[in-house]
Design a protein around this ligand. Structure first.
Ligand code: C2E
Ligand code: MG
Ligand code: MG
Length: 571
């Protein structure tokens, strides 16, 4: 081959290539003796007093031996294939624990005889730290540091399984869920400002947490909503007692910003049926606690109610459900458009379509007030199709109003149930063709947890959607079980960083580094980064310096009507 023909100068070049490789690389003979190590290898290993290589064979080196490398090299001798990356955690008295990723691969001649073994190490510590931090953030509320909804649900699932085992052993196994919502918090927040509101939330969180028993879980779900998981109870009376005590504890005024604030709360209590477990049941319990909490509100607030089945159907929720069924045909749904801004130029390069419901009596409702209902009842399928069709039609109209070839993309959200819907791909294809929309003008946003829920099938569905010519975005990154590893394995084009990550940057260098590293990794994977929820010039500057591509947020525009969106696009 060409390499041999050009003889030793090529060999020298190859050697230099390895020597200058940024990855720590060693070439070993079949017995594990060093033939060549590069500078990065020396740099990786020669920290502290552990000079390396200090011996003629990897097997004689204490640290590599401690890592248990030998069996992998042995495997190399036997098998032709490259080993999958192996993760090692190494801690020496002198160095901080570090994570290393090793690739070990055999080099054979044409008869299959092992000539050499390649050993490449990559220091994985920073990426690992980033993933751990993302995992922590994913499970905790940044304001109060309490567990968030995801962690709470996880603990609830574990608690139900534990209760089942306790019941089988004849032990006290009562498990109760308390759902609490502060009364009139919105008014407090609006009149005294968010900063004071936040202080109050932190105060409430601290006071309630300080009174809990070890093993109880107290979480914040966002806003002024909290939940509590109590285990090992004798009966429902005990759970109601805890609710009464919380009300009592909160009755002493809070000192916030020089004001004495008095807080009351409405609490819903539900007790699990012994022996019931599973994710569905956990969700059902949350829903029941929520219903009981609403009942407390309607009974005049500052009280608790224990869930009973009678409540289940008596609720106004039912009314809302019927209304929603008719909303589409009555033309009450609207799509609002939030501009997406190219950070480098300040121009609008796209929109996110966000649904609103113009309810005849309740006014304009945000998705948080009806999407989960639509999701539970299956109405989301029809609603989602309507939104997609509407957004597609609109992007075509926008296109006609702006110069040819100007960048413009319409992002549309897909919910969990839509993603699971077997005819999704066909439906999307039909909507694209019926509305005459260019697929490259459309982005579908799907959250990571929804993608992961679907397991290995997800990749197939995502591929099929991409096959239609659409662009895919992973939405709300930083809130779920975010992991760089899953991101790498799924065929998405855009990473959307959640507002909670942006919010966390303020005055916190560590969070700032986290956002910056996440953007760096996304770029390294070839993804565009869209940041959500930019509200201040400070956030904008920070994100711009981190190389973020596109952003949306109240700093520029709130989601707006078609008319306003058209106005700002053509102006
Ligand atoms: P999302 O997809 O993460 O959408 C971004 C949300 O952040 C929107 O809330 C938007 O109004 C809000 N937002 C944008 N900029 C800022 C900011 O600077 N500060 C703050 N605090 N918030 C900002 P919205 O419209 O209430 O939608 C909430 C969620 O409802 C969406 O989250 C999405 O998951 C869901 N949703 C909205 N429309 C649809 C739809 O048509 N179909 C489905 N399946 N879900 C939808
Ligand atoms: Mg979205
Ligand atoms: Mg989002």
């Amino acid at each position: 081959m060409g390499i041999e023909k050009r003889g030793s100068s090529t060999e020298l070049h190859l050697r230099t290539t390895i020597e200058q490789s940024p990855l720590a690389t060693a070439i070993l003979d079949p017995d594990g003796r060093y033939l060549l190590v590069n500078a990065a290898w020396n740099a990786l290993w020669s920290r502290g007093e552990y000079g390396f290589p200090e011996s003629s064979s990897v097997f004689e080196n204490e640290r590599l031996r401690a890592m248990g490398l030998a069996p992998y090299i042995e495997e190399c001798r036997q098998n032709a294939a490259v080993t999958t990356p192996i993760l090692f955690c190494e801690a020496t008295p002198e160095t901080r624990a570090r994570w290393l990723q090793a690739f070990i691969y055999p080099v054979r001649d044409e008869t299959g005889t092992l000539l050499q073994v390649g050993l490449v190490f990559e220091d994985f510590t920073d990426r690992k730290a980033l993933e751990d931090e993302l995992a922590h953030q994913a499970f905790h509320d940044s304001l109060t540091g309490l567990p968030n909804r995801a962690l709470f649900l996880d603990r609830l699932g574990q608690g139900l399984s534990r209760a089942k085992r306790q019941a089988e052993r004849g032990e006290a196994c009562g498990l109760a869920l308390l759902y609490m919502d502060l009364d009139d918090f919105k008014r407090f927040n609006d009149s005294l400002g968010h900063a004071v509101g936040d202080q109050l939330l932190v105060g409430v969180a601290e006071r309630v947490a300080s009174r809990l028993r070890l093993g109880d879980t107290f979480a914040r779900f966002g806003g002024d909503e909290f939940a509590m998981l109590l285990e090992g109870l004798e009966d429902v009376v005990q759970a109601a007692g805890v609710a009464a005590r919380i009300k009592q504890d909160l009755s002493a005024p809070f000192q916030v910003d020089g004001h004495g604030a008095v807080v009351t709360t409405s609490i819903g209590v539900v007790v699990a049926a012994p022996g019931e477990t599973g994710e569905y049941y956990a969700e059902e319990l949350m829903r029941r606690a929520d219903i009981a909490m609403y009942r407390s509100k309607r009974q005049g607030k500052n009280r608790h109610e224990i869930f009973s089945f009678g409540m289940n159907h008596s609720l106004e929720r039912l009314g809302l459900e019927e209304d929603l069924r008719r909303a589409i045909e009555r033309g009450e749904l609207r799509v609002y458009y939030q501009p997406q801004i190219m950070m480098s130029t300040g121009e609008t390069v796209g929109f996110e379509a966000l649904v609103r419901w113009e309810h005849p009596e309740r006014g304009l409702l945000a998705p948080s007030e009806f999407i989960s209902l639509a999701e539970e009842t299956g109405m989301i399928i029809a609603l989602g199709q309507w939104v997609l069709a509407e957004a597609c039609r609109q992007v075509r109209i926008f296109r006609e109003q702006i110069p040819h070839e100007a960048p413009l993309r319409m992002s549309v959200n897909l919910s969990a149930r839509q993603f699971r819907y077997p005819e999704l791909v066909e439906e999307v294809a039909a909507i694209l063709s019926e509305t005459g929309t260019e697929p490259r003008d459309v982005v579908l946003e799907i959250t990571e947890s929804v993608m992961m829920e679907k397991g290995p099938d997800a990749r197939g569905i995502l591929r099929a959607l991409k096959g239609l010519g659409l662009t895919l975005a992973m939405d709300d990154f930083g809130t779920g079980y975010s992991s760089i590893t899953t991101l790498k394995s799924l065929p998405v084009d855009i990473l959307k960083l959640d507002r909670s990550m942006v919010e966390g940057m303020d005055g916190d260098p560590q969070n700032r580094a986290l956002v910056s590293a996440t953007i760096g990794f996304a770029h390294a994977l070839g993804l565009d980064v869209v940041v959500e929820g930019v509200e201040t010039a400070g956030e904008l500057d920070a994100l711009r310096s981190m190389g973020c591509d596109i952003a949306q947020g109240y700093y520029w525009y709130r989601p707006c009507s078609t008319e306003k969106a058209t106005e700002l696009l053509v102006s």
